[in-house]
Design a protein around this ligand. Structure first.
Ligand code: CTP
Length: 403
């Protein structure tokens, strides 16, 4: 899956012959799963028709502040469009448009939108070789990059003038690959590995029965998704759940019992930078597991239980540079109990959810958490969706691992 999937891409096309290649560029963005809106300068329309681009992008193409043909002319809002975009790409970017972008000129819709955009802006220059080489053009590139814009360099080859040299717009495939790589490189957990545990564990009584709990695994799966969206390689060790993790950066490691979860976590722990243990691990398991289904014989029966290994504590005991986060589900003396778990298990932070909070905990789509770090800084959050809670947890972790 492309990192651009689900993203809003604003493509600004200016008046150069390479504009004809933007039909392919729009198709590639759409194929990557992005939403695309196109803005054209008036000159760009000389090189490719808005109809081609609106058909491919499945959105109207905008090239002026008003819908010209409409007698009840509607104002096209460059501010809204600038805010809509996750990424803006100006391709082909002519020397004229680039110099206007560098000096804050906003005499057309594309330039006004550029000035309003808060997202990363990429530009792919396209011009003749002498224009490309000119000191003023070089200064323009420098100024634009100094403002934070990202240049997708032109390549060398035969130019529309018949001359051969630098100035050809990068090919559409290379533009998309450049942006994808740049986005990945800038993700805050790019190159990091994260271990997450999720779901319940099932402790066998006999071949057909087990002791388990009602954990849905949702919180752990949301944490895995949040980590992958930040660019991390995720090991998601999960007990039996109905949750699905569809992300190329998430490796799901299914387990059933606490012992299997313990082994799977220890297998990868050495390699990870962050570990978050959100699973509801059984604290006890049957001491003896029957080989055959236990038959009903007496009016009552007893199952002797023995403790499982505490995975979180075992990881805390061998912690090196990992940032280790535990969960605590409490019903009384919540903060006090969570703080005691934090130090007992040698954690960097603990996420407390109280069963006394409505909407928090097992089986709910929402959660209400308090995050406590090892300096005992305490941050209490509102009731939110578990996806939003996962983002809050990573925001807190990022503050600490990048500090
Ligand atoms: N945990 C674990 N292995 C276990 C039990 C718990 O890794 N065998 C982890 C959970 O994933 C969670 C944290 O420990 O991150 C706290 O779990 P919790 O059940 O609240 O705490 P316990 O240490 O089991 O303490 P108690 O049951 O007494 O509250």
């Amino acid at each position: 899956m492309s990192i651009l999937s689900g993203k809003n891409i604003l493509l600004g096309i200016t008046g150069g012959i390479a504009a004809y290649k933007t039909a392919s560029l729009v198709r590639l963005f759409i194929k990557a799963g992005a939403q695309v809106k196109v803005i054209m300068t008036p000159a760009a329309k000389e090189f490719i028709t808005p109809l081609t681009l609106s058909t491919l992008s499945k959105n109207p193409v905008i090239s002026s502040f008003t819908h010209d043909e409409d007698e009840n002319a509607v104002w096209n809002n460059h501010v809204d469009l600038g805010l809509w975009a996750d990424y803006m790409i100006v391709a082909p970017a002519t020397a004229n448009t680039l110099s206007k972008m560098a000096t804050g000129n906003s005499d057309n819709f594309l330039l006004a939108t550029y000035l309003s955009a808060k997202c990363p802006v990429y530009f792919a220059p396209a011009m003749d070789l002498d224009m490309y080489k000119h000191p003023t053009t070089k200064n323009t590139f420098k100024a634009l990059q100094k403002f934070g814009n990202i240049m997708i360099p032109a390549t060398s080859g035969e130019l529309a003038s018949g001359l051969v040299g630098e100035g050809r717009m990068a090919e559409p495939e290379d533009i998309v690959a450049f942006i994808e790589q740049d986005v990945i490189d800038k993700l805050l957990l790019h190159g990091k590995k994260v271990l997450i545990t999720a779901g319940p564990t099932y402790e066998a009584i006999d071949p057909v029965r087990f002791i388990g709990n009602h954990s849905s695994g949702k919180m752990g799966f949301e944490l895995a998704k949040a980590a992958a969206n930040l660019g991390a390689q995720v090991f998601l060790v999960t007990g039996p759940t109905h949750q699905q993790a569809a992300h190329s950066l998430i490796e799901v490691i299914p387990v059933v019992s606490a012992q299997e979860m313990y082994e799977a976590c220890h297998q990868v722990y050495d390699t990870v930078d962050v570990a978050i243990l959100s699973a509801a691990v059984a604290d006890y398991r049957p001491k003896n597991v029957a080989d055959q289904k236990i038959k009903k014989k007496t009016a009552s029966m007893q199952i002797e239980l023995e403790p499982t290994k505490d995975i979180l504590a075992s990881l805390g005991a061998i912690k090196k540079d990992q940032f280790l986060v535990g969960f605590a589900l409490e019903t009384e003396n919540e903060v006090e109990n969570a703080k005691s778990k934090l130090s007992r298990k040698n954690l960097d932070a603990i996420v407390l959810n109280s069963l006394n909070d409505k909407g928090a905990g097992f089986g709910q789509p929402t959660n209400k958490v308090t995050i406590i770090d090892k300096e005992l800084n305490t941050n209490a959050f509102e009731l939110k969706s578990k996806a939003a809670v996962a983002n809050d947890i990573f925001a807190e972790i990022l503050k600490r691992i990048h500090a």
